[in-house]
Ligand binder design. Sequence first.
Ligand SMILES: CC(C)(COP(=O)(O)OP(=O)(O)OC[C@H]1O[C@@H](n2cnc3c(N)ncnc32)[C@H](O)[C@@H]1OP(=O)(O)O)[C@@H](O)C(=O)NCCC(=O)NCCS
Length: 189
Amino acid sequence: MLKGNTVGLRARHEDDIPILRTELYDDVVNGSRAEGRPWRPISPGSQDSRLMVNDNDPGFVPFSVVELDSGTLIGMATLWGIDTHNRSAHIGLGLLPAARGKGYGTDVVAVLCHYGFTVRGLHRLQIETLADNTAMLRSAEHNGFVREGVLRSSAWVLGEFLDQTLLGLLARDWNPNPQPESDHQPQSR
Ligand SMILES: CC(C)(COP(=O)(O)OP(=O)(O)OC[C@H]1O[C@@H](n2cnc3c(N)ncnc32)[C@H](O)[C@@H]1OP(=O)(O)O)[C@@H](O)C(=O)NCCC(=O)NCCS
């Protein structure tokens, strides 16, 4: 398990699947805003790639996110689109509603950076998020991501086109132990 200050990123367990399905992926608004594709329901027992792990896809690394102290499942995180030539990847995360707004997102991004840069030796990490997703933007910026541009009207979300913000972080600019802007310094691992 990868550990931050408050969260752990571990493998997907069978028990996680119904919780992620009902609390995260059944939510039409969250799904439409966060996934970049049309929302559709996931049936119990489905092999949907958002829930089931495909060990044959080396470019997609899914984690379940747990609270470090209690071990309680609080969400999911992914390193996806891993490009071994350009040594880049994208990160994504989604927390269960009760776990949002408590600083966990910032810590999850910190752990994904550790995984991407230190464990995988990547050079660049990227995030695309809706331009009004303040919680995601701030979670990224607390970890050193910078806004590199606006993808105008690039996301069709529940009846309208919305802008997305593109954020990037290079390995050379990453500080694994960020100081005061937040309380979210990762532990030495
Ligand atoms: C986006 C998400 C992962 C962020 O994680 P989080 O734990 O809620 O965020 P944090 O508590 O670490 O907060 C990070 C910053 O966002 C701010 N923030 C949190 N929730 C907010 C909200 N609803 N509105 C505005 N700002 C918010 C916090 O104040 C904090 O900023 P600050 O430190 O500058 O004060 C989480 O909210 C989530 O899962 N949302 C739904 C799915 C989603 O949008 N995923 C991203 C798709 S690209």
